[in-house]
Design a protein around this ligand. Structure first.
Ligand SMILES: NC(=O)c1ccc[n+]([C@@H]2O[C@H](COP(=O)([O-])OP(=O)(O)OC[C@H]3O[C@@H](n4cnc5c(N)ncnc54)[C@H](O)[C@@H]3O)[C@@H](O)[C@H]2O)c1
Ligand SMILES: [Zn+2]
Ligand SMILES: [Zn+2]
Length: 361
C-alpha cells in the first residue's frame, strides 16, 4: 500500500518551493517508513532549490529530521515500528574499503532507499541528501534511522541529523579539540555555532568566534565563545593571533566555505596547528597559497564530511548529553514553523537572527 502525504517540493531552479501531495511506497527490503515529527531548514536545502547541487529536479527537500518509525521492510533488524529516530544521510555500508579498514565514518558507499517517492502523476522525486523530510512521511534505508532516547524534543534532536552534527563533529571528531586547546571558528551560523559548542564540550580553554554579523557573534558568546571578532571591521588573523599570545589557535574551524575565509583559517592557526574545513565551497572556487607556507607551517589541513560522525556512535551519546543538560540543542531552534513556511524560512536565512527554523509536524 502506498501512502499519500503532504510534502515540500522544489520543482525548478530558483523557483519557490510548493506544498504538494506525494506518493510514498511501503518499505521494501532494507527500508523504513518514518513519520516525520520535525525537520530543520538547512542552507543545503536552499542550495538544492537553487540548482547548486545538481539538476535532478523535482527535489523533495528537508534532511535534518527526527520522527517515529512507522513500518519496516523485509530483513530490517536495527529498528522497529515505534522507535524514535534521527535520520542520517550517511548510512554506512560496512563493506567498502573505508568500512573494512575500521573507518566507517568515511564510508564511500552509503545507503539510501531503493524505491522512489513520486508526485501523484508518477514523476520520480529526488530526496535531498537521500532523505526528503519536509513531508509527513518519508522512505529511507533502515540504516539511515538512528534510534535515540524518545525523551528528547524532536525539533532539537532532528538538528543532529545535519548542521549541528557537522559543527560539533568538525570540532570534536575532525579537529580533535582537547582540554586546554585554543580554537577559532570562522563563520558562526548553525554549523559554526555548533563548532563553538563542541569546542566548549571538549574542554577548549579559549574559543574565538569570528563572523561578519554581530547578532551571530552574540549568540556564539551565549553558546560558549570566550572572545568574538567581527571580521567586517577587524583583521581576523591578527585578532586571533593577538588573543593567543601572538601565535594563533591550535585548531581553526572554517564554517563558511570560501577561499578567503579558508586563507584566514590557514594563517590564524599556530605552527603545527589544525585547519578544519566544514563549510562547503562551490565548484568555481580556487585556493592559492604559497606551497612553502603549507610546508613551513606544518600541522594538518582537514575537511570534515558530516563532522566525521558515526551516527550509531554519536547521536545517542549527544542526545544523552542533551538530556543531562550538558548540550543545549534547544538553543539552535530559533523558531518552529509549519510545512508551508519553508519558503519564508529561506528568506529569513539571509538575516542575522536565525540559527535554525524547524518545521514541526
Ligand atoms: N561539511 C558538512 O558536512 C556540512 C554540513 C552542513 C552544512 N555545511 C556547510 O557549512 C556552511 C555553513 O552552514 P550554516 O548552515 O551554518 O550556514 P549559515 O548561513 O547559517 O551560516 C554562515 C555564517 O557565515 C557567516 N559569514 C559569511 N561570510 C563570512 C565571512 N566572509 N567571514 C566570516 N563569516 C562569514 C554568516 O554571517 C553566517 O553567520 C555552509 O557552507 C554549509 O553548506 C557543511
Ligand atoms: Zn562503507
Ligand atoms: Zn544540512
Amino acid at each position: 500500500m502506498a501512502h499519500q502525504v503532504r510534502a515540500v517540493v522544489a520543482r525548478g531552479k530558483g523557483a519557490p518551493v510548493s506544498l504538494e501531495t506525494i506518493i510514498v511506497p511501503d518499505p521494501g527490503p532494507g527500508e523504513a517508513l518514518v513519520k516525520i515529527q520535525a525537520c530543520g531548514v538547512c542552507h543545503t536545502d536552499l542550495h538544492y532549490r537553487e540548482g547548486g547541487i545538481n539538476d535532478d529536479f523535482p527535489f523533495l527537500l528537508g534532511h535534518e529530521a527526527a520522527g517515529v518509525v512507522e513500518s519496516v521492510g523485509e530483513g530490517v533488524t536495527g529498528v522497529a515500528p515505534g522507535d524514535f529516530v534521527i535520520l542520517n544521510w550517511r548510512a554506512v555500508c560496512g563493506q567498502c574499503r573505508a568500512c573494512l579498514r575500521g573507518r566507517p565514518w568515511y564510508c564511500f558507499s552509503t545507503h539510501n532507499a531503493k524505491q522512489k517517492m513520486t508526485l501523484t502523476d508518477g514523476t520520480e522525486l529526488s530526496p535531498a541528501l537521500g532523505i526528503g523530510a519536509f513531508a509527513e512521511k518519508t522512505l529511507v534505508a533502515a540504516g539511515q534511522c538512528t534510534k535515540v532516547d524518545p525523551a528528547a524534543s524532536a525539533a532539537a534532536a532532528g538538528l543532529l541529523g545535519c548542521g549541528v552534527m557537522a559543527g560539533l563533529g568538525a570540532a570534536i571528531n575532525t579537529g580533535n579539540v582537547g582540554r586546554g586547546d585554543s580554537v577559532a571558528v570562522i563563520g558562526c551560523g548553525g554549523v559554526g555555532a555548533a563548532a563553538v559548542v563542541g569546542s566548549n564540550l571538549a574542554g577548549a580553554a579559549k574559543i574565538i568566534a569570528v563572523d561578519i554579523d554581530d547578532a551571530k557573534l552574540d549568540t556564539a558568546r551565549k553558546l560558549g565563545a570566550t572572545h568574538t571578532v567581527n571580521s567586517r571591521n577587524t583583521d581576523p588573523v591578527e585578532a586571533i593571533r593577538e588573543l593567543t599570545g601572538g601565535f594563533g589557535a591550535d585548531v581553526v574551524v572554517e564554517a563558511v566555505g570560501r577561499p578567503e575565509t579558508y586563507q584566514q583559517a590557514f594563517y590564524a592557526r599556530d605552527l603545527a596547528g589544525t585547519v578544519v574545513l566544514v563549510g562547503v565551497p562551490t565548484p568555481e572556487m580556487k585556493l592559492e597559497l604559497p606551497l612553502l607556507d603549507v610546508f613551513g607551517r606544518g600541522g594538518s589541513l582537514k575537511s570534515s564530511w558530516y563532522g566525521d560522525c558515526l551516527p550509531s556512535r554519536d547521536f545517542p551519546m549527544l542526545i544523552d548529553l542533551y538530556l543531562q543538560g550538558r548540550l543545549d540543542l534547544d538553543a539552535f531552534v530559533t523558531e518552529t514553523i509549519a510545512l508551508d513556511d519553508v519558503e519564508k524560512a529561506f528568506e529569513r536565512m539571509h538575516g542575522g537572527d536565525v540559527l535554525r527554523s524547524v518545521v514541526v509536524l
